[in-house]
Design a protein around this ligand. Sequence first.
Ligand code: HEC
Ligand code: HEC
Ligand code: HEC
Ligand code: HEC
Ligand code: HEC
Ligand code: HEC
Ligand code: HEC
Ligand code: HEC
Ligand code: HEC
Ligand code: HEC
Ligand code: HEC
Ligand code: HEC
Ligand code: HEC
Length: 445
Amino acid sequence: MSNLTTLRKICLVFFFLAFQGVSASVYSFTSQEEYLSHVQGPAACVSQQCHEKFTAGTGKSLHEPVDKGICFECHRKKSYSGRYGIDADQRETCTRCHNNIKDKIESSTSVHSPIMNGSCTSCHDPHQSAWTYLLKQSYSELCSSCHKATRLFSGVIHKPVRDGNCGICHDPHASNYKHRLVDAGVNLCFICHKEMVQGMSRKYIHAPIIQSGCSACHDPHSGNHEFRLKTSSDQLCFTCHEATLHEIEQSAQKHEPARSGKCTSCHSPHYSESRHLLLDSIDTLCYRCHKESSQWKKRRFLHGPVAQGNCVACHNPHGSDNAFILRLPFPGKFYAEYKKGVYNLCFLCHKESLMTLETTETVTRFRNGPVNLHRLHVYQQKGRTCRACHDVHASDQDGRIRDEFPFGQVSIRLEYKKTKTGGSCLSGCHKERSYDRVNRVLYEK
Ligand code: HEC
Ligand code: HEC
Ligand code: HEC
Ligand code: HEC
Ligand code: HEC
Ligand code: HEC
Ligand code: HEC
Ligand code: HEC
Ligand code: HEC
Ligand code: HEC
Ligand code: HEC
Ligand code: HEC
Ligand code: HEC
């Protein structure tokens, strides 16, 4: 047994004796010198070589009662039970002076386990320390000395966690929030991610941010997924949006970025000024990837919904059962039999009578006298589809007529000329033919 241990024992025996008035003879000191030094009172304790470490050691900060030499404020227990006269529950010992900590512990729903076990000194040195707050080790190592859980430190580690700055998010003692967080929800993260504070004043905020904070999706500590997402980025959204998952799974035609879970190429996971948390206006989003389509804007005419940027009037951005992820079936060929419903995509906005009336004075301009040329071309066993003549997005020719139609290996050109009361068309289908709404052009049968 080392000299020091013996001396410690003696000193503690001294505390007991000095403050409880018990006869010194019960305890044995190794020398008379020792005995005499202890009976001089508590102040003598720190002046002794044996205990000078409490005042002259490597410590940076000295606990005030130690500095004052009032050792007995803590070493005061009547029965000395191998714990140096300290209360078994240090909450008693320490909070006698530290009322704020006492109040906090008593008023909090979540108290840190070591404190519940009555051990303030699992983190603090009661006498002095080289670290701030009388910590037993550097703040950056303190928490991880007990919390070695690999899941906190696996993969890419969040900067404050890497720095051991646990206390910026967790109160080391107690708090009223789950996991003893210092704040509920997003404010915790905004301490540092200030650039996102402004985002919270956007018109649309993603519900989970409000309902459960940032850690609904991000692991606050570390992780193997990009951005420390809790689930890989291509699966994350599906964990809550099952309906969208089903929509995509059940679609015969899946839009590639939705199929591959690149939801954030169109949606913000956080907030947005646009409905459905879209990152930008719908057409701008589409043009980001569909670069050729962005050239449509240079055409003379843009179809109404295209001009309005409303691509999703016709296309389902996630997927559908129809070619070109169209919301409704639409014949993609040159010919199609006219059947009920076949052009419903167009009839979402246009009248079906455009195609069905044999004669009309008003419904369509595409008529020769009263004869509806739309019906003539479209309403047939082997009818021409709208695509045969129109470009649904954009065109340079009047009447939204397309320049050409790819037909097998060749292209059928369409040359359309508009007149005040009609027009003419020269195409691979027939030689130039004219129509006139006022003076009907006559053709032999
Ligand atoms: C703020 C309360 C407090 C004060 C004041 C205090 N101590 Fe302590 N002391 C403790 C606690 C608590 C322990 C038990 C440490 C542990 O459990 O790790 C302890 C342990 C000790 C020990 C035995 C373990 C060791 O570290 O060597 C000695 C010796 C000791 N104190 C001496 C002193 C002396 C001398 C003074 C006065 C200068 C003093 N203490 C003042 C709280 C205090
Ligand atoms: C006799 C009163 C008293 C007791 C008992 C006491 N302290 Fe203190 N403590 C003080 C005073 C005074 C200060 C300095 C003023 C302040 O920061 O509140 C202080 C400061 C501290 C600090 C802050 C140091 C800093 O650098 O800011 C910590 C941590 C601390 N005490 C922990 C403890 C622990 C742990 C115990 C129990 C083992 C304890 N105290 C018991 C009086 C006491
Ligand atoms: C799990 C480690 C841990 C335990 C256990 C612990 N503390 Fe602390 N304490 C800290 C840390 C870390 C700080 C630094 C300040 C911060 O991060 O809030 C601190 C700061 C303090 C302070 C100074 C700042 C303040 O809030 O007034 C006091 C006093 C204090 N602790 C007292 C106590 C007392 C009393 C106990 C036991 C009831 C205790 N501590 C238990 C880790 C701990
Ligand atoms: C002396 C060991 C020890 C130290 C040091 C320690 N803890 Fe703990 N901590 C525990 C124990 C034991 C538990 C309870 C078991 C568990 O939930 O893992 C716990 C639980 C926690 C919890 C979970 C609370 C909950 O409700 O889920 C958090 C958060 C935590 N500690 C943070 C910290 C932080 C931050 C520090 C550093 C200031 C720290 N701990 C230092 C031992 C320690
Ligand atoms: C950026 C803020 C932040 C930092 C820094 C931080 N935590 Fe956490 N911690 C959280 C949040 C938020 C939760 C709640 C997690 C949840 O809801 O999924 C949590 C939960 C915990 C839990 C309990 C749940 C679990 O996963 O076991 C422990 C233990 C824990 N943290 C320990 C630590 C330790 C140790 C450190 C420092 C090494 C630390 N934390 C640093 C924010 C943080
Ligand atoms: C103490 C400051 C601090 C706090 C608090 C903080 N962060 Fe961070 N965070 C950073 C820093 C610094 C980075 C820079 C990248 C790095 O090194 O991790 C970062 C990066 C990130 C990243 C992006 C990582 C990447 O790969 O670009 C995410 C996501 C993140 N933090 C989420 C959160 C969440 C969620 C919270 C709240 C639970 C939070 N942060 C709280 C400092 C903080
Ligand atoms: C619904 C899930 C979800 C929630 C909730 C969430 N995030 Fe994110 N976060 C993501 C995804 C997904 C990314 C990756 C973005 C991408 O792919 O462009 C990301 C990226 C980030 C980034 C790094 C890239 C960037 O945009 O700067 C930071 C920082 C970040 N999030 C912080 C936060 C903070 C802080 C909160 C809480 C206010 C939060 N996140 C809430 C899913 C989420
Ligand atoms: C933690 C669960 C959760 C996760 C993960 C999640 N969301 Fe959400 N999201 C919701 C809830 C709840 C709502 C609001 C209710 C609703 O509209 O379904 C919502 C709403 C939305 C909306 C607005 C719906 C509308 O009708 O305007 C979009 C868009 C959205 N989420 C996209 C995403 C994307 C993209 C991801 C992945 C980056 C994602 N969500 C991840 C829970 C989640
Ligand atoms: C190509 C861009 C794009 C991609 C990729 C995309 N979305 Fe969307 N999403 C949209 C647009 C545009 C709307 C609005 C549709 C409307 O107005 O009818 C929308 C609407 C939504 C809505 C709300 C309306 C609804 O359908 O319930 C949710 C939820 C949603 N998307 C989730 C997701 C998820 C989850 C993913 C990833 C699997 C995803 N989105 C991928 C463009 C996209
Ligand atoms: C992140 C990139 C991206 C965005 C944004 C995007 N798309 Fe796509 N889209 C693709 C890819 C990749 C394909 C499959 C490859 C291809 O056919 O070009 C595709 C295919 C399509 C197809 C089917 C083409 C075919 O030949 O079957 C249509 C139609 C389409 N997208 C429309 C849209 C619309 C409308 C938007 C805006 C709401 C949009 N896309 C936004 C990447 C994107
Ligand atoms: C009026 C309905 C309608 C609207 C609105 C619409 N589309 Fe289309 N889209 C179609 C049809 C029908 C097809 C089938 C092929 C064709 O006829 O050109 C198609 C095909 C496509 C294709 C694949 C073939 C190609 O031409 O490149 C892309 C990409 C596309 N659309 C993108 C868009 C974008 C981007 C917008 C918005 C700016 C948009 N669409 C608006 C009906 C529409
Ligand atoms: C979302 C509504 C909507 C849908 C669906 C729609 N259109 Fe249109 N369409 C319009 C609007 C609005 C105009 C008038 C603005 C304009 O002149 O472009 C228009 C104009 C037209 C014109 C030119 C009219 C003119 O005065 O020159 C043609 C041709 C046309 N649409 C064809 C189609 C075809 C073919 C479809 C089916 C693939 C279709 N539209 C589906 C809204 C729609
Ligand atoms: C044989 C070529 C051809 C076909 C096939 C065709 N259109 Fe047209 N359409 C025209 C011409 C030419 C005009 C312009 C008439 C004018 O302005 O003199 C026109 C005009 C229109 C207009 C503007 C309103 C009107 O009738 O004047 C709409 C809307 C329209 N077409 C829709 C459709 C739809 C929907 C389909 C398929 C169901 C279709 N078209 C098929 C040639 C065609």
